[in-house]
Design a protein. Sequence first.
Length: 116
Amino acid sequence: QVQLVESGGGSVQAGGSLRLSCAARGSIVGVHVMAWYRQAPGKQRELVALITSGGAITYADSVKGRFTIAGDNAKNTATLQMNSLKPEDTAVYYCFAHPYGTSPAWGQGTQVIVSS
């Protein structure tokens, strides 16, 4: 069973930056996919950025050019660098990971608040 440990998040003014980190812990041999999702109040959870073990990356159109996802296969970690933050980026951000040979897992979520 995998456990996802998230760190980062917090409050920042518009135009600022934050960095989220996620580590997959447990009896796993590796992680095929790691991603960040977010959910704003009253809205559905949406994909923000995804990275595969092979290095393929996908971003939501709304964050392209502002957010950068990076992964470390050896450490089973993923980071999300968020720059030029906007108030509409305010949400709870969730780490997602799909390890090899086991079910995917979600982190507990970390709050990001961007004030105008």
